[in-house]
Design a protein around this ligand. Structure first.
Ligand SMILES: [Cu+2]
Length: 176
């Protein structure tokens, strides 16, 4: 009797029904969760003011810039575009008086804090352009972002091509 109560026999009797109720709730949550995922993935990162710098003849690379605002912590892990043979995520930084550019694997997107890809900072490098980019054109880009849950989502972006001398936008100074 002592043993029985210690091992939960009375509760064990009520158990199956309670457990079934929990299971039903769990299954319902799982269903709701599965249904909600695509919508969440679509709205996870907001992309605004996307643009690409126009190129001159013979120029084979250009940069794409935009502002990214994540609803929840996320990471930009990849960018693709059909206009270029290869697309990389780059970061520019001043090393003394020299502006250096290097490839980075990812860009952190903290929740609710806008991250600017801008001349002089992070940017998406379009390498091996298949044709010159003319002001007024639109460049399709696909961004791949990964959430804290490691789920990946693709974001389709249409970036406007701006003239070579275009100002960098409100968020950042022009490249020097
Ligand atoms: Cu670059």
């Amino acid at each position: 009797m002592v043993d029985g109560s210690r091992h939960g026999c009375p509760r064990g009797r009520a158990g199956p029904a309670a457990r079934a109720a929990v299971l039903r709730a769990g299954a319902l949550l799982a269903l709701l969760g599965a249904a909600a995922v695509p919508a969440l993935a679509q709205t996870r990162v907001k992309v605004t003011d996307a643009w690409v710098r126009a190129t001159v003849a013979q120029q084979s690379a250009s940069g794409a810039f935009m502002r990214l605002t994540a609803d929840d912590p996320a990471t930009l892990v990849e960018a693709r575009s059909p206009v270029a043979a290869s697309v990389q995520i780059h970061q520019m930084s001043m090393d003394g008086n020299v502006m250096r550019m290097r490839q980075v694997a990812t860009v952190d997107l903290p929740a609710g804090r806008p991250v600017d890809l801008s001349p002089g900072g992070y940017h998406i490098m379009l390498i091996g352009l298949k044709a010159p980019l003319k002001a007024g054109d639109t460049v399709p880009l696909t961004l791949v972002v990964e959430g804290a849950d490691r789920r990946r989502a693709e974001i389709d972006v249409r970036a406007a091509v701006r003239p070579l001398g275009a100002p960098a936008g409100s968020a950042s100074p022009p490249a020097r």
